[in-house]
Design a protein around this ligand. Sequence first.
Ligand SMILES: [Zn+2]
Length: 348
Amino acid sequence: MTVALALAFGTLAPLHGTSGGETVEKNREARYGLDHVVRETGTKLQWDPYRGIGTLWNGETSVSFRPGSSIALENYQTKHHIPGIERHDGVLRFSEGAVETFKSIFAVPDEPTEERRVGAIFVDPGHGGRDPGTIGRHTVNGELFEIKEKDIVLDIAHQLAGLLEDRYRDRAIVMSRTGDTYLTLEERTEWANSVPIHPGEVVLFVSIHANASLNSRASGFEVWYLSPEVPRDGLVTPTSAGVKDPQLLSLLNTIRDEELTIESILLAQSVLEGLDETVGEHTGNRGIKKESWYVVREAKMPSILVEVGFVTNKEEALRLAEDEYLNKLAHGIYTGIHNFIKDFERRE
Ligand SMILES: [Zn+2]
């Protein structure tokens, strides 16, 4: 056992100095089960089978670890050296040293951490300028009725930004375009990524689009979020994380990527509920979808894409031409964002 452990930790820095005496080796023997650790620390375990990462947590404090690695992270930020965590045949074992370190982390109250806050909201009306997006063409009373995605989403975006500005005077509300101008997807996401925020703050990315289908009966709204199968890179930098270790940076990036996906899902869910309240009686709720949209994938922030309805459906196209209906859509999205922020910041 000791030999196997010595091999397992062979590439890692020693726990204390370089003596490697018998006491240290014994200290490292992974002989305690998870139940013991959980009891001793008053924590619960979350296990991510996909990444092979465990997280012990208790209230505001969490410690993430990967069996076989001696690097553990307190609250996804502070690095601890905790050798002696193993996993064999699906069973976690902890050394005495690991148990003691966990106990000391969970016993000491944390430094007050900066509150999570939404620092800015980036409202992105899709398309624009020479890119009209989808176009709905229908015959109404013998005349051609045409409606363009770029116009609908700009109208909604203006109303949404107005509602957000009224409610959040201390936060930046940024629109990717305020007129009929053309922007590439890269320009939109680069801009959103560069909106200045303070440490502990995030930007919310909300892209607004309208749908089209070959099936002229298709109707309803839906909200997209980033598929977790597409990990974002560069979420964590040596400067932002205060660490240089590439392995640790990679782990931090993975954790942040997962957090962003969860936050995006929660934002999508909240906006879907908001829309259901304001326009659910008029059209269908098509639910949350996950797919890798470029514009969302490159955004290093909680990101969603709202499809407000189908311009290819005559009834819906006519609704989307009404100011009152666009106002309802804007209010629905606004309510969803507002409720998300309340939960995200855990206060009224
Ligand atoms: Zn679109």
